[in-house]
Design a protein. Sequence first.
Length: 266
Amino acid sequence: MIRSTMLKAAAVGVAAILSLTACGAGSESAADTIKVGALAVPAGDMLKYVSKELAPKDGLSVDYKEFSDYNTPNAALSDGDIDANLFQNTTFMETYNKASGKDLVSVGKVYLPPMALYSNDIATLSELPDGASIAVPNDPTNEGRALLLLASKGLIEVKENPITLKDITANPKNFKFTEIENASLPQALNDKDAAIVTLAFALPAGLSADKQLLVEGEDSAFYNVLAVKAEMKDDPRVQKLFTMLTSQDMRDFLKTEFKGLVIPAS
């Protein structure tokens, strides 16, 4: 009887130890998971590649959450729904911080999704007629960026650090501008002469390089960054992810997958 009682007690003890071990293993697994938000293209494709091909080799699990617009990923990051996001440049992030009172920071530049002037009907920039109708993004960061793109070729003149159409100081070709939400810009080409669209929305809409009249180059100031809350910047998971996103493996993936349309940070 005593022996039976001792055996039962031992079994209970072993079960308890195994239960604690399992809980510990689960906690360790959870600690090695990072939740990252991004738009589907190209950042979503990049994160899927990291998750499948790179992260398992380094003991990291990447939980990718897809977003469809520029408005929600920062709110999700600030609220703790995700640990990091990959969709914005530092100017966009700083504008969000100023408006919201949050403290998002950049871990570093990852890639440039070039902004370009697209047209369905016009073949070259020199053919863009006086009075052409042009759709531009309606958020302060990308609208200013679009104006700088046009100004870089002398098509318009703008104030330093433009934000809206009011910052145009000269419009010699009398372009007719319309401000449109980013995700709707590709559709604007159905009734506008041209539209300025970032790659994140151009690629899913099937806008190819042969429709580009003007495009940003590698010297652009608008590379997208891996963003986190300030207290997360030195987290080992964040640092591992950033290393993978800027690795030679990722550079090779971008070259193969996007044929040079997406520019990796140097």
